[in-house]
Design a protein around this ligand. Structure first.
Ligand code: PLP
Length: 405
């Protein structure tokens, strides 16, 4: 509110590929894919055409009870075919936070259906971000997002993101008979690009299995080729009980998200009369949003952005490593996925009072968009970015750091 009140706003007028333009016609490199979502780049007319065609045929009609529509069916089948979960079912929503609420409620409702209503506790991780709906706000691993709202969802707790042992300790502290699910991003995104430790996911999958705790992966950022595959978690060779997705599924052209649920979790509701999972939203399975997602997935497959992404990942990693030598830089985190964090030193942030907001402003003034969080600048360009554009991004960031130093 305060930013808007202070003005002037940065009005984005147009976008094409990795570029966007403001109202006065100045051009900026979109180093963040807007908010981590524009995987195929901006201005894809084939998505616009698919949206136009769908909207002219069936604009919208809510998917509930036995109501369905062709794009929702096709999209669900396509996602299920690629999801690394056993016997998958797909629930569609309008975004990430809504999907987190869906997964969290389903986890609790699953144990209730199995006659274990005390299994309600949800464990998440430091620096983890799961959106700002009710459950997401309660599970977030950053206090500043949770402060001032009173107690929201009960029975949640946060464990250090870099320790599988901490997950087991927390399950034992709370009591396995009380724990419903564990939530984790394959690579932590918005909280600062934290890569998992070696064997982390194999270990937590084993622990969840051992204590009858559902393992929910939040692939909202990591999906749809950002990690070189469909849902991000394939990289670590484990099969979760649920996968939450959004963002890259439609590259953000229209809002869409959802949850892939494995057969075991769906089973109590799928096969039993009179035991519904009472949950849903007006825009679930919105046909025009699903048509946008289908056109987006066509592009990902046709241009093999899954493979391209792995090459971009390597180049981005080496370009960002070039910033390691800068005196203001503490650490670079990158190398898994087309994303990276440039963290500033404690000395720069506290003793010298340099803010990441200043670095962001300097970078934008030089025509590149990055994302500031309290201690770091984050980058996550569209997967169609070129080597030259990556180098431009890194050198512009270097220049901005020089300017504030
Ligand atoms: N989960 C993760 C990992 C995210 O990064 C985000 C958004 O950035 C969300 C959930 C929430 O998604 P939305 O903003 O669409 O509600």
């Amino acid at each position: 509110m305060n930013t808007v009140a202070k003005g002037p706003e940065f009005v984005v007028a147009r976008a094409e590929g990795v570029w966007l333009w403001d109202e006065s016609g100045d051009r900026f490199l979109d180093g963040t894919s807007s908010l981590w979502y524009c995987n195929v780049g901006h201005g894809r007319t084939e998505i616009a055409d698919a949206v136009h065609r769908q909207m002219s045929t069936l604009d919208a009609y809510t998917v509930y009870n036995d109501f369905a529509n062709v794009p929702a069916i096709e999209l669900s089948e396509r996602l299920a075919a690629h999801a690394p979960v056993v016997d998958p079912r797909v629930i569609l929503t309008s975004g990430g936070g809504e999907s987190i609420d869906t997964a969290a409620k389903l986890a609790r409702r699953y144990w209730y259906a199995l006659g274990r209503p005390d299994k309600t506790h949800l464990i998440s991780r430091t620096a983890g971000y799961h959106g700002l709906n009710g459950f997401g706000t309660s599970m977030i691993g950053m206090d500043r997002f949770r402060t001032g709202f009173g107690e929201m969802v009960r029975d949640t707790s946060v464990v250090p993101h870099n320790s599988a042992a901490a997950v087991e300790e927390e399950i034992l502290r709370v009591g396995p008979e009380n724990v419903a699910a564990f939530f984790a991003e394959p690579v932590i995104g918005a909280g600062g690009v934290y890569l998992p430790e070696r064997d982390y996911f194999t270990e937590v999958a084993r622990i969840c299995h051992q204590y009858d705790v559902l393992f929910v992966v939040d692939s909202v950022i990591c999906g749809f080729a950002r990690l070189g595959n469909w849902f991000g978690i394939e990289r670590f060779g484990v099969s979760p009980d649920m996968i939450v997705f959004a963002k890259g599924v439609s590259s953000g052209y229209l809002p869409l998200g959802g949850v892939v649920v494995n057969g075991r979790v769906a089973d109590p509701f799928w096969n039993q009369e009179g035991n519904p999972f009472v949950h849903g939203t007006t825009y679930a399975g919105h046909p025009t949003c699903c048509a946008a997602a289908m056109a987006n997935l066509d592009i990902l497959e046709r241009e093999d952005l899954f493979t391209v992404s792995l090459e971009v990942e390597r180049h981005l990693d080496s370009a960002l490593r070039g910033l390691e030598a800068h005196p203001l830089v503490e650490e670079i985190r990158s190398g898994v996925g087309v994303m990276g964090a440039v963290e500033l030193t404690e000395e720069a942030l506290t003793e010298r009072g340099i803010t990441t907001a200043e670095v962001f402003a300097e970078t934008r003034a030089r025509g590149v968009i990055v994302r500031p969080i309290p201690k770091a600048l984050l980058v996550s360009p569209p997967l169609v970015v070129t080597w030259e554009q990556i180098d431009h991004l890194a050198s512009t960031l270097y220049g901005a750091l020089d300017a504030v130093a």
